[in-house]
Design a protein around this ligand. Structure first.
Ligand SMILES: CCCCCCC[C@@H](O)CC(=O)SCCNC(=O)CCNC(=O)[C@H](O)C(C)(C)COP(=O)(O)OP(=O)(O)OC[C@H]1O[C@@H](n2cnc3c(N)ncnc32)[C@H](O)[C@@H]1OP(=O)(O)O
Length: 716
C-alpha cells in the first residue's frame, strides 16, 4: 500500500472540491496535512475559518492528523510556517487554490486581471518558494501546480484565468529542472472536476461523473517519493489520466544556404510546410531544440538534398558508389595499397563497400531520433555531452548500393555509471525487400548524465571481451591525417565535435577529436588485411569500446590476437601513447592467416625482437622530413634465406606480406647479419652498398634517409 507516513503536506484551497479530496486522501494514507483555505468566495471575495476547520475535523474524525491554515496564498511563508510550527517540516506542496473572474477580454478590468494572477501565479510562487529551501536542505520535495485546459487550449471569457494557468506550466517546467538534483519533483495537474469553480460551467449529467475523488489518487501519486515523474503535465478527469506534451511539426527551412537571407516571399512559399503537423517531434528540453538545429544547419549547408527535405529521412539511408568511396577514404583505404582499389574505384570488377559502413544507417537514424535525448528520466542533455562509448555491428548481407535502407531504433538499456550515463540503443537495418542487412548496438555516453538512479551494469547487450594474456600475434600501424575527421564527416556524421574548435571546447576537448567510428574503421581494416586477405565478405561482426579520444593526425597501432575465427584486438594512439580501443574483437567467417614461421634457430631477426619496430615507428613519427612526404618503401631483411618484409609508408612502419603491395618508391634489401653490423656502426651504408650487402632500387636519397633512421649509428 502506498503510504505517506512521516510526510507533511500543504494543500492550498483545501476547504472544498479538489483540495479537500487531496487533503483527505493524503491524511488517510498517513500524511500530516496543513489544510489551507482562506474561506472566500469563488471570486476571491471575503474570508472565513469554516472551510478549513471542517476539513480538519473530518480528517481527525477518521484518525488522521491535520492543522488548519486560513492565510491567503500570497502570504505563502505564513502557510509554510503553519506546517513547520505544527509538524516541524514540509515535504509536499499542492498549489490548488484558485479563483475566477470570468469576463470577455474587452471587459476585464485591471483588478480582475491582477486578482486572478495574484492568487494563481503569485500565490503558487510564494507558497512554493517558502517551502523550497526546506526541500533543498532535506533533498526531498514534491510540488504540484494546478493548470487548466482553459490555459492549454483557451476558453471563451477566461483570458485572465487562461494566462495565469499557462504561467504555472512555465513555472513548473523550470522548477523541474532546477529541483532535479535535490530530488524535488514538480508537475502540473490539469483536472476537470466538479467543483465550485466548474459547477456553473459544466452540463449537470457530466458534472455528476467528475468527482474530485477520482482525480485525488493521480495527484497523490505525483506527491509520492516513488514517483519519478518530473516536469510533466498530467491531465485527469472522471477516472482517466494522461500526460500532455508539447510537440512541434517537422517545419521547413526557409533558405537554401547559410549565406542566403530569408525573404517574406520565402516564408509565404514554405508556409504550408511551416504549419504542417502531420508528422511531429516531441521536444522534451531546450537542449533537444539545440541538437535539432544541427540538422537544420546541414539542410541549409546543402548537405541534404531536396528529397530529404520532403521526407522523414531520420530512419532512411542510401549509398551510391560515391558514399562508399568517401567512407573508405575516411577510414584510411589508399590507392597505394592495390588491395584497396576495390573500395575506391567504382569500375573495379569487385567494387564493394567496407563492412563497417553498415554502421552508418543505424548511426544516422540514432542521431536524428529524439529517443537518445529523451532516454534518461528527468535529465536534460545535449549533443555536446554525448560521446560514442561502444559499438557492436553484425553484418548479414553486404551494403546494397543505390537502395533505400530503413533502420529501427530501440533503447535497450540506460545505465547509471554515477557521473556519466550510458544509453544503449539497438538498430536493425532492412533492405527494400524487408530483409535484414545488419544489426547494430550503439552505446552513447552522456557525460554528467548519471545519478538518476538507474541500473549500473548492462545485462541485455553485447559485452566487450578482454584479449588473451600474451604478446600480440600481429600488429599493424597506420597514420591518420590532420584532416581525417574533416574527411570522415562527409560520410554523414556531421557532429561539430569533430571539426568545430569551439564546440569541442564545450565538450571539454582542447581540439576537435576523431570520430570513434573512424578509428574503428581503421582497426577493422587492419584485421581484414592481416587475417582475411582484405576480403570484406569474410567479416561477420565487430565489438569495440572507445576508451580514449583520438586526435586527428595521430597514428593508430592495432595489436591482434587470434583465437579460432575470433580476432581480439586493441588499438593505440601512437603519439598520445594511449590505448583508444579496448575489449574489442572481430568475428570472421573464415580466417586466412598468413602467419610467419618463427625465425630459424640461431637466426638474428632484429625486427622480430620486441619493441624494435615500435622504436622505429616512434623515430619515423618524430622525423619531420619523413613524416610529411609521401613515399612507399619496402624494406626486406633476409634472415638465412627467410625473408621478413616491412613497409615504411608516409611515416609508418608495418609488417607486410610481399603480395600485399607493389609499386614502391624505394626497395631496400639487406641481409640480417649485415643489418646487425650496420646497427652497431661496424658497417657503413656506402660499404654495405658497395659490397652488395644492401641492395637499393629506386630513390637512393630516400633509401639512405630510411636506413640512417633505422640504423642511426651507420655512417653514410
Ligand atoms: C545520439 C548519439 C548517438 C551516438 C553518436 C556518437 C556521435 C559521434 O559523433 C561521437 C563520437 O564519435 S565521440 C568519439 C569517440 N569516443 C570517444 O572518444 C570516447 C572515448 N572514451 C572516453 O573518453 C572515456 O571512456 C569516457 C570519458 C567516456 C569515460 O571515462 P571515465 O569517466 O574515466 O570512465 P571510467 O572511470 O573508466 O569508468 C566509469 C564507468 O563507465 C564505464 N565506461 C567507461 N568508458 C566507457 C565506454 N567507452 N563505453 C561504455 N562504458 C564505459 C566503465 O565500465 C565504468 O563502469 P563501471 O563503474 O560499471 O565499471
Amino acid at each position: 500500500m502506498i503510504r505517506f507516513d512521516d510526510k507533511v503536506a500543504v494543500v492550498t484551497g483545501a476547504g472544498a472540491g479538489l483540495g479537500r479530496a487531496y487533503a483527505l486522501l493524503l491524511a488517510e494514507r498517513g500524511a500530516k496535512v496543513v489544510v489551507n483555505d482562506l474561506g472566500g468566495s469563488t471570486r476571491g471575495d471575503g474570508s472565513s475559518t469554516n472551510a478549513a476547520d471542517t476539513v480538519v475535523e473530518e480528517i481527525k474524525k477518521k484518525g488522521g492528523i491535520a492543522a488548519a491554515d486560513y492565510n491567503s496564498v500570497v502570504d505563502g511563508d505564513k502557510i509554510i510556517k503553519t506546517a513547520l510550527e505544527n509538524f516541524g517540516k514540509v515535504d509536499i506542496v499542492i498549489n490548488n487554490a484558485g479563483i475566477l473572474r470570468d469576463k470577455t477580454f474587452s471587459r476585464i478590468s485591471d483588478s480582475d486581471w491582477d486578482l486572478v494572477h495574484n492568487v494563481h501565479v503569485r500565490g503558487a510562487f510564494k507558497v512554493t518558494q517558502a517551502a523550497w529551501e526546506n526541500f533543498r536542505k532535506q533533498k526531498y520535495g514534491r510540488v504540484v501546480f494546478t493548470a487548466s485546459n482553459a490555459g492549454l487550449l483557451g476558453n471563451f471569457g477566461q483570458a485572465n484565468y487562461s494566462a495565469a494557468k499557462m504561467a504555472l506550466v512555465g513555472l513548473c517546467n523550470t522548477l523541474a529542472i532546477e529541483g532535479a538534483k535535490y530530488n524535488i519533483h514538480s508537475n502540473v495537474i490539469v483536472p476537470t472536476a466538479a467543483s465550485r469553480l466548474t459547477e456553473n460551467i459544466l452540463p449537470p449529467d457530466f458534472f455528476e461523473q467528475l468527482k474530485p475523488e477520482l482525480i485525488a489518487p493521480v495527484v497523490t501519486w505525483l506527491c509520492h517519493e516513488d514517483c519519478e515523474e518530473n516536469g510533466s503535465i498530467i491531465e485527469s478527469a472522471a477516472g482517466w489520466a494522461s500526460k500532455q506534451i508539447i510537440v512541434r511539426g517537422k517545419g521547413s527551412v526557409l533558405r537554401r544556404s547559410l549565406a542566403d537571407p530569408v525573404s517574406i516571399e520565402d516564408v509565404r512559399e514554405k508556409w504550408d510546410k511551416v504549419v504542417n503537423v502531420e508528422k511531429i517531434d516531441y521536444l522534451g528540453s531546450i537542449q533537444e531544440e539545440t541538437a535539432n538545429l544541427t540538422k537544420y544547419f546541414s539542410e541549409m549547408d546543402g548537405s541534404l538534398d531536396e528529397a530529404d527535405e520532403e521526407n522523414d529521412f531520420s530512419d532512411k539511408y542510401s549509398a551510391t558508389f560515391k558514399e562508399c568511396i568517401t567512407f573508405a577514404l575516411g577510414i584510411g583505404a589508399s590507392v597505394k595499397n592495390p588491395g584497396d582499389l576495390k573500395y575506391l574505384y567504382e569500375g573495379h570488377e569487385n567494387f564493394t563497400a567496407l563492412p563497417t559502413q553498415l554502421i552508418m544507417p543505424a548511426l544516422m537514424a540514432t542521431m536524428t531520433s529524439s529517443k537518445i535525448l529523451n532516454a534518461i528520466p528527468n535529465k536534460s542533455y545535449d549533443l555536446s555531452q554525448i560521446l560514442h562509448g561502444e559499438q557492436y555491428l553484425e553484418v548479414y548481407k553486404p551494403l546494397p548500393l543505390n537502395e533505400e535502407l530503413r533502420s529501427t531504433i530501440d533503447i535497450i538499456e540506460v545505465l547509471d555509471k554515477g557521473k556519466n550515463a550510458v544509453i544503449i540503443s539497438g538498430s536493425k537495418t532492412y533492405d527494400k525487400n524487408d530483409e535484414l542487412v545488419s544489426y547494430n548496438e550503439i552505446a552513447s555516453i552522456v557525460v554528467n548524465g548519471g545519478g538518476f538512479g538507474g541500473p549500473k551494469n548492462a545485462t541485455k547487450t553485447k559485452l566487450t571481451e578482454e584479449h588473451p594474456k600474451r604478446s600480440p600475434d600481429a600488429t599493424m600501424v597506420e597514420g591518420t591525417s590532420a584532416s581525417q575527421a574533416a574527411l570522415y564527416r562527409l560520410s554523414g556524421d556531421l557532429n561539430p565535435l569533430h571539426i568545430d574548435p569551439n564546440f569541442a571546447l564545450l565538450g571539454g576537448f582542447k581540439e576537435p577529436i576523431l570520430h570513434g567510428l573512424a578509428s574503428l574503421g581503421f582497426a577493422v581494416r587492419h584485421v581484414l588485411l592481416r587475417y582475411a586477405d582484405n576480403d570484406p565478405s569474410l567479416f561477420k561482426a565487430v565489438k569495440v569500446r572507445f576508451v580514449k579520444p583520438v586526435l586527428p593526425g595521430d597514428s593508430l597501432k592495432t595489436s591482434m590476437w587470434r583465437q579460432g575465427n575470433r580476432i581480439y584486438f586493441q588499438t593505440e594512439a601512437v603519439k598520445a601513447k594511449n590505448i583508444v580501443i579496448s575489449g574489442a574483437y572481430v568475428d570472421l567467417h573464415n580466417v586466412i592467416d598468413k602467419k610467419l614461421s618463427p625465425p630459424p634457430s640461431g637466426g638474428h631477426t632484429l625486427f622480430n625482437s620486441p619493441g624494435f619496430v615500435d622504436a622505429i615507428q616512434e623515430k619515423l613519427y618524430l622525423t619531420q622530413n619523413l613524416r610529411d612526404i609521401s613515399y612507399n618503401c619496402l624494406l626486406e631483411v633476409d634472415d638465412c634465406g627467410r625473408k621478413n618484409s616491412w613497409i615504411i609508408h608516409n611515416g609508418h612502419i608495418s609488417k607486410i606480406f610481399p603480395s600485399d603491395c607493389k609499386d614502391y618508391d624505394v626497395v631496400l634489401k639487406i641481409n640480417d647479419s649485415d643489418l646487425t653490423s650496420m646497427l652497431s656502426g661496424k658497417l657503413s651504408y656506402r660499404d654495405a652498398e658497395r659490397c652488395g650487402a644492401v641492395n637499393v632500387e629506386g630513390d637512393e636519397h630516400l633509401a639512405a634517409m630510411i636506413l640512417q633512421l633505422v640504423t642511426p649509428k651507420t655512417k653514410l
